[in-house]
Write a protein that binds this ligand. Structure first.
Ligand SMILES: [Zn+2]
Length: 365
């Protein structure tokens, strides 16, 4: 059972909390740390344990700062899969407390110095099964210990994410509620369109709301195209705030999750997930479109999960009417040497581009 602690901030005025911010408008939360650090070569695809937190804390701090610069209102501590079962997979169970405390301390430093919200993070335990009661006990222990460290770090709220078992999400929610912190619960709906317990999304969302979740929604697994219809479903099932944080990949009704995508090219595993998804990556403009549509459907807690880069977060923020610091460098193609329009550019370059890159365009007068 985690010990509830309160801390007084040494820094200036406390920023508005999650619920106040949600009441005022959308809240953006960047996710996807595992994929980004895997691409950069600081953790391993497969086990996906956030070892970079211990080996290179400065890089984790840097990525938090990149996401805040791009418009994230939340610094989510990188404790995803920093739990007992996953650490065991890489022989580092002894580092359990150290990795959680380190991740929370890094996130806290960034959140408190930027006026953003600090979120603790728990996730699917990877050992839970509905008919295995021993696994429920293990899951409870996993949630309680990670939440205890998050509370010690003074988090503003706690995210419980990527649950494909509705019943596991309920256990996680109960643990968060015991801490007294606001709870954001996001589900990863499997390919079949139902939770692994057979529960419908509507039923699961309602149970989470009844369990006291402050925000209920979806994250990971599905791209924008196959997340949006589910956002509509959650929005009509609950009266609390709704979350939508898809992966930035072009999923389809036939292949609705990034695990189910197929591609005949360039994937030694026989499927693009997880290390050959590059050809499916959404552009920043597709993420902007997603942000507008999700907002119009009534989702207020918005972000992008595995695969996201800061450019996606900036586009999402701009689509919601924000101008984060990174917007200073948002594209301005008028200055491009081939496709620009600026009078200072060499006009023969622009002519060359018109001849060679836009042969179908009618000649301008
Ligand atoms: Zn994800």
């Amino acid at each position: 059972m985690p010990v509830k602690k309160t801390r007084t901030s040494k820094t200036a005025a406390k920023p508005a909390g999650l619920l106040e911010r949600l009441a005022a408008g959308p809240v953006i939360c960047a996710e996807g740390y595992l994929f980004e650090f895997e691409r950069r070569g600081y953790l391993q695809a497969g086990a996906y344990v956030p070892e970079v937190v211990l080996e290179h804390p400065e890089l984790v701090e840097g990525l938090h700062r990149d996401f805040v610069h791009a418009g994230s209102d939340v610094v989510e501590a990188f404790t995803y899969y920093a739990h007992r079962a996953k650490l065991k997979m890489v022989g580092r169970e002894k580092d359990l407390a150290r990795i959680n405390r380190a991740a929370l301390s890094i996130a806290r430093k960034v959140a408190r110095s930027t006026g953003t919200l600090l979120a603790g993070d728990i996730c699917n335990t990877s050992i839970y099964a509905l008919d295995d009661t021993a696994s429920h006990k293990q899951a409870r222990r996993t949630f309680d210990e990670q939440i205890g460290w998050a509370v010690d770090a003074g988090v503003d709220f706690i995210v419980g994410e990527t649950y494909s078992w509705g019943s596991e999400a309920l256990l996680a929610l109960a643990a968060i509620k015991r801490s007294g912190k606001p709870a954001v619960m996001t589900l990863s709906v499997p390919r079949e369109g139902r939770m692994r317990d057979g529960w419908t999304l509507t039923e699961t969302a309602k149970r989470l709301q009844d369990g006291g979740a402050d925000v209920v929604g979806l994250n990971c697994a599905r791209g924008p195209a196959t997340t949006l219809p589910l956002v509509r479903e959650v929005r009509s099932a609950v009266t609390c705030h709704v979350a939508a944080l898809p992966v930035p990949y072009r999923t389809t009704p036939a292949e609705p999750t990034f695990q189910s995508l197929t591609d005949p090219h360039g994937n030694p595993d026989g499927r693009p997930f997880p290390t050959a998804l590059d050809p499916f990556l959404c552009s920043r403009y597709e993420i902007a479109e997603f942000g507008k549509e999700a907002f119009n459907l009534g989702a207020r807690y918005l972000g992008v999960c595995c695969g996201a880069g800061p450019h996606h977060i900036r586009s999402l923020a701009e689509a919601l009417g924000r101008r984060p610091p990174a917007s200073r460098y948002s594209p301005d193609m008028s200055k491009h040497i081939l496709f620009g329009s600026d009078k200072r550019l060499r006009q023969d370059y622009l002519e060359y581009a018109r001849r060679n890159y836009r042969p179908a365009a009618p000649a301008s007068g």
